[in-house]
Design a protein around this ligand. Structure first.
Ligand SMILES: [Mn+2]
Length: 329
């Protein structure tokens, strides 16, 4: 996908599909600035064309995203619509169909002649779309959406620019992680010129700490350990931590794994969090060139990028007193 001509041809093709579609479904994965920003920038464009569309995310939008322009339109109840009503499905920032969390619904309801478009930058993307615009070097899907607008001479307004900048900020850790490249900075500059509101992004997304939330970080720091064999730093968060602190979600733990990636005495970082429904979510990070945590996550049925990835497994975390270590049971 490094050949810009081919990518531009696909961007034109997708725009033609958008223009001729009657009803468009736009979705990304849950709880992520890049995913949400990509969806909102795209729906803003669809609105400007006077198109019928539905923007869907499979989980509630985190409270600190509530400033994002257009966010009130996002639907999070998968039972409130039927996919048979759409002739174009735009799936953004999903490495595989499973990331939509509605695979069964898509397979059961989607019209055979509806076109499924996959626009993504995950290293582990499995090309699940009828049309796949996958650029594994892109710092964020928001950057690809920006390229889509540029390729089709679509002018960005302030709302689109703010939403896309949220995506670049969150996926690059505000230009600190290895996803940061020349294009991330160049696109960010362009979004500022288009009127993106840096202040509202920084205040809402990054200055959102509470005392209870930081106490949850304290629990993670207290349990931080290092496995010297693999030079892997790891920590865990339990469901009971939330109960003890009176927190309803671990939203405020973001971006703990990115923060731990600043450790200079570990090569790889792993954060395991218990989730409701007997699930454990793992987040892996590295800054070392020789490691590919995307492959590591794939061993557990997950995926992501070379330097940042995640997976979900079944079970609960339990401290084995005899062995002096945490285990999955
Ligand atoms: Mn992304």
């Amino acid at each position: 996908m490094s050949v810009d001509g081919e990518k531009n041809r696909l961007f034109h093709q997708v725009n033609d599909l958008i223009r001729s579609a009657n009803n468009i479904f736009v979705q990304a994965h849950a709880r992520c600035g890049d995913a949400t920003g990509s969806v909102l920038a795209m729906t803003e464009y669809l609105r400007s064309l006077g198109k019928r569309y539905l923007a869907f995310l499979p989980d509630q939008v985190p409270a600190n995203f509530s400033f994002m322009p257009g966010v009130e339109e996002i639907v999070t109840d998968k039972t409130s619509f039927n996919l048979a009503e759409f002739d174009l499905l735009l799936i953004l920032d999903c490495g595989d169909l499973g990331r939509t969390e509605i695979t069964d619904k898509i397979l059961a309801e989607k019209n055979d002649n509806a076109v499924l478009v996959n626009i993504d930058h995950h290293y582990t993307n499995d090309y699940f779309g009828d049309i796949n615009i996958v650029d594994k070097q892109a710092p964020a899907t928001s950057v690809l959406i920006h390229q889509f607008f540029q390729a089709n001479n679509i002018r960005l307004n302030k709302s689109m620019a703010t939403n896309l900048l949220v995506g670049i900020f969150t996926d690059t850790g505000v230009f600190t992680n290895p996803a940061t490249n020349q294009e991330a900075l160049a696109k960010a500059a362009d979004l500022l010129i288009s009127g993106a509101s840096v202040n509202s992004i920084v205040q809402s997304i990054f200055s959102n700490r509470s005392v209870k939330g930081l106490k949850l970080w304290a629990k993670a720091f207290e349990r931080l350990s290092i496995n010297r064999k693999y030079n892997l730093a790891y920590t865990i968060i339990l469901q009971r931590d939330l109960v003890e602190l009176g927190l309803e979600s671990e939203e405020e733990l973001e971006p703990l794994s990115n923060f731990l990636n600043n450790l200079n005495d570990a090569d790889v970082v792993l954060v395991l969090r218990e989730k409701p429904g007997n699930k454990i979510k793992g987040a892996l990070r590295t800054v070392k060139d020789k490691y590919d945590v995307g492959k590591l996550a794939a061993l557990f049925g997950g995926g992501g990028h070379k330097k940042a990835s995640g997976f979900t497994i079944e079970g609960r975390l339990f401290f084995n007193e005899e062995k002096g270590r945490w285990e999955v049971v």
